[in-house]
Design a protein around this ligand. Structure first.
Ligand SMILES: Nc1ncnc2c1ncn2[C@@H]1O[C@H](COP(=O)(O)OP(=O)(O)OP(=O)(O)O)[C@@H](O)[C@H]1O
Length: 484
């Protein structure tokens, strides 16, 4: 019976059931599948028993829709022979009215027999088809979401080495009460998180909870609280394969340095031309080049000063050492990016991000493409990382070494814990143990009260006591569901 009840509940609630915590869905199914459950007139009983829960769990948008859903549930349960004839005395799943059926013994009803398989092959095929259709629709919505993100990203300024941080450096980030949804599915609701400057966060949560999406939103500055001048780099895609060498690809992310070096080369070429022309003048030609020559020398002087100030001369050594750390030999560093596989181009993207040193670095499973040597090197590099970073990783030891805090994405909320992954796990275990203890204590009180209710349910003298215990029992059940 529970199996059929489950399939009917999922059929009626559709995709919304998938977004609700399993214990809540199980509770709803068990209530409706109870052989003594009274659906009432047109699902009134169901509405009274699970209506508030359906609304609270966002299975329905409001009570009006909730009534319709309960009526549909009643109808479908009826079709499967799971709705009993109305009892003369209402069971406790519906409000207990003291003037109804007083002192009467509620007739015990046996479940009505049902003939044959509860779901026909045709119905099963129909449910399967609907499921497949919903999956296709979800995939389409997700692809649309990705395309929108890509378009928005294309319109954003390129993240590159920023040498002008004096006075504009971004410190702590406070993101408050933000929500993120993809294809109509809420991933984060009223999330709040503070990122303290220089701390390293491990972002953890079950698969599909929205970790990558959260990183994408931050990288796109699509969350209030992120200042526009905050440089955020999300290492998500490999670099484009072309004729530029791996080393040059990393160095090119310092746009100012690249432009200054290009200008320097251009001016030096001009200078050589003038020198050549001067030789011609000595040989009889008539050219007045002195003012241009002075301007070039002056500009070259400025360029050399600026290159010195931005540490341009040590850049190549820094980029080469990052690439070497990620297992690129000197020969490989001088190979064109187009000669590398996707995994190696992902390493180049990572090297570039480390070279840029953005205000906030976002790494999504950075160890996925790395060999052990590179993983160990990255660990030690990130431990000394001077700015803020967020790392999503399933590699426990990596997280333990690199992060100072854990952000847990669960139940559409973000909760931050101080310490590395092991500390987080211990804290969570402790929390779960305490919740379990509270749950068991509640269960004891609930069964005690239920025993009282069952004993005196038709006793007029105890009516008010029974009523108040019914309310308390309902609250305890809800509390357990919310915090279990
Ligand atoms: N390929 C896809 N097709 C349809 N929906 C998707 C797809 N990928 C992700 N989604 C939707 O986006 C939601 C969030 O996905 P996201 O990748 O942000 O989660 P995640 O926590 O990073 O998961 P994981 O740890 O598996 O990478 C998923 O639950 C799903 O609803």
């Amino acid at each position: 019976m529970t199996e059929v009840a489950s399939s009917v509940v999922h059929e009626v609630l559709g995709r919304r059931a998938e977004d609700v915590d399993q214990p809540i869905i199980d509770y709803i199914i068990n209530v409706l599948a109870d052989e003594d459950f009274d659906f009432g007139d047109d699902g009134d009983g169901a509405f009274e028993a699970i209506g508030e829960l359906l609304v609270a769990a966002d299975c329905v948008t409001d009570f009006a829709e909730c009534r319709k859903v309960c009526s549909t549930l009643c109808e479908k349960f009826g079709k499967h022979g799971l709705v009993k004839a109305k009892p003369t005395v209402r069971s406790l799943a519906t409000p207990f009215r003291m003037n109804e059926g007083m002192d009467e013994e509620a007739p015990k009803k046996k479940p009505e027999p049902t003939d044959g398989p509860l779901l026909s092959e045709r119905d099963k095929a129909k449910i399967e088809r609907r499921k497949r259709k919903e999956e296709r629709q979800r995939e389409q919505e997700y692809q649309m979401h990705l395309a929108e993100m890509e378009a928005a990203r294309a319109g954003m300024p390129v993240v590159c080495v920023n040498h002008d941080t004096v006075g504009s450096a971004v410190r702590d980030l406070h993101m408050e009460n933000f929500s993120i949804s993809v294809g109509g599915r809420d991933l984060i609701v009223d999330g709040t998180v503070t990122l303290s400057f220089g701390r390293h966060y491990g972002l953890v949560g079950r698969n599909g909870t929205g970790k990558t999406t959260f990183l994408r939103y931050m990288a796109m500055h699509a969350i209030d609280g992120i200042p526009p001048n905050c440089q955020i780099l999300h290492v998500e895609q490999e670099v484009v394969g072309d004729d530029i060498t791996a080393l040059q690809c990393v160095l090119n992310s310092d746009i100012e340095r690249t432009q200054l070096l290009e200008e320097e080369a251009h001016l030096l070429a001009q200078q050589r031309e003038f020198e050549f022309e001067e030789t011609n003048v000595k040989n009889g030609a008539d050219l007045n080049t002195a003012p241009d020559k002075d301007a070039i020398s002056q500009r070259l002087e400025e360029i050399y000063k600026r290159l010195e100030a931005i540490d341009a001369y040590s850049a190549e050594a820094r980029a080469a050492s990052i690439l070497a750390g990620l297992s690129f030999s000197p020969e490989m560093q001088r190979k064109a990016t187009k000669t590398f596989s996707g995994g190696w181009r992902m390493r180049i993207a990572l090297a570039r991000a480390l070279f840029i040193e953005p205000d906030l670095l976002l790494l999504d499973e950075p160890t996925n493409h790395l060999d052990l040597h590179a993983v160990l090197w990255l660990e030690s590099y990130l431990v000394k990382w001077p700015k803020t970073c967020i790392v999503v990783s399933h590699a426990r030891e990596f997280l333990n070494t690199v992060v100072t805090d854990i952000i847990h994405l669960q139940g559409q909320k973000l909760i931050t814990y101080k310490g590395n992954y092991d500390t987080f796990e211990r804290t969570r275990e402790e929390q779960i143990k305490n919740q379990q203890k509270a749950f068991e204590a509640n269960e004891r009180s609930r069964s005690h009260m239920q025993a009282f209710i069952d004993k005196f349910r038709y006793n007029a003298k105890r009516a008010s006591l029974v009523q108040s215990r019914i309310k308390v029992t309902a609250i305890i059940v809800l509390f357990d569901l919310m915090y279990s």
